[in-house]
Ligand binder design. Structure first.
Ligand code: C2E
Ligand code: MG
Ligand code: MG
Ligand code: MG
Length: 282
């Protein structure tokens, strides 16, 4: 109930920002301040699980804003505004740095086999200094590059320029991993896959939701899994909510699973405990 109400508030709130530009300006101002003071954003972490072993293989960092008045805001209420206003450059840099800082902390505590994934906004790929910034962060935090992954949306890759292509090549040369988020929603020819040095396809939640009842979505998912296999890419499913979906995917050859079935995104402090309960869940 309470959750539902909170959800409606977000809904009302985001409708308000569209219709009420004063409200939007206030939020934009808040966003600047929140970033400057640097303590109102927080990352939650969602485990990724290998169905063959039950092991957690990594986690995705997902940003939230602890707004002093509105409470914990999900990314959809402020990421679009951050993108519109250019704040995303600094915010996105914070996300990568904080993800790596947290990863290093876990690494030092013995969690050495996890790969941490951070989401990258399309605008960030156009930043001149993105590659050098990522290199700097890796050096500064002492995270092995192979343990960092950046998730790019398929749309970004479809509407690519020579520049985005070369930036992705340069990022790969740092030794990090590249994943295509929300894969399958881009309505593109798949030709671009041969040009882009990607490591992982992440099947969009929209195909997963009714995978056990909708034969079209099951077929699309099968095709993505086969495609990944023949291109020697990893494949992971997002938004997996039931054991049925998880088993279906694993039987079809998609063994990497992320979703509420194993865990919602959680605070860093809860992560270790969660890892041990996941092992028994599969
Ligand atoms: P995404 O990268 O595709 O992330 C997956 C979203 O699905 C997350 O929502 C996650 O909480 C949610 N999710 C995961 N498993 C399940 C499930 O089993 N059921 C359901 N119903 N939902 C599930 P969230 O955290 O609200 O993030 C939404 C989007 O906001 C992300 O989609 C991503 O595009 C963007 N985002 C989040 N963090 C960042 C960030 O640090 N930077 C940028 N640029 N974008 C971000
Ligand atoms: Mg993502
Ligand atoms: Mg996704
Ligand atoms: Mg998605």
């Amino acid at each position: 109930r309470a959750k539902e109400r909170a959800g409606n508030q977000y809904q009302m709130y985001s409708n308000d920002i569209e219709s009420d530009s004063l409200e939007k300006i206030k939020l934009e101002n808040d966003l600047f301040k929140a970033l400057k003071h640097g303590n109102e954003f927080v990352l939650h972490y969602q485990p990724k699980v290998d169905m063959r072993t039950g092991n957690v293989i990594g986690m995705e960092s997902l940003i939230r804003w602890e707004h002093p008045i509105y409470g914990l805001l999900p990314p959809k209420t402020f990421i679009p505004l951050a993108e519109e206003t250019g704040i995303i450059a600094a915010l996105g840099e914070w996300v990568i740095r904080e993800s790596c800082r947290q990863m290093k902390e876990w690494y030092d505590e013995g969690m050495t086999n996890f790969v941490i994934s951070a989401n990258l906004s399309p605008q960030q790929l156009n930043q001149k200094n993105l590659v050098s910034t990522v290199a700097e962060i890796l050096e500064e935090t002492e995270v092995p590059p192979a343990l960092l992954e950046l998730e790019l949306t398929e749309n970004l890759i479809i509407h690519n320029t020579e520049r985005t292509l070369s930036t992705i090549h340069e990022l790969k040369q740092l030794g990090i991993n590249i994943s295509i988020d929300d894969f399958g929603t881009g309505y593109s020819s798949l030709g671009y896959l041969k040009d882009f040095p990607v490591d992982t396809l992440k099947i969009d939640k929209s195909f997963i939701d009714d995978i056990t009842t909708n034969s079209s979505n099951a077929a699309i998912t099968d095709t993505i899994i086969t495609l990944a296999k023949s291109l020697q890419l990893d494949v992971i499913a997002e938004g997996v909510e039931t054991q049925e979906q998880a088993h279906h995917l694993s039987e079809k050859g998609c063994h990497l699973i992320q979703g509420f079935y194993f865990s919602p995104p959680i605070e860093a402090s809860e992560f270790k405990k969660q890892v041990s309960t996941i092992q028994t869940k599969r």
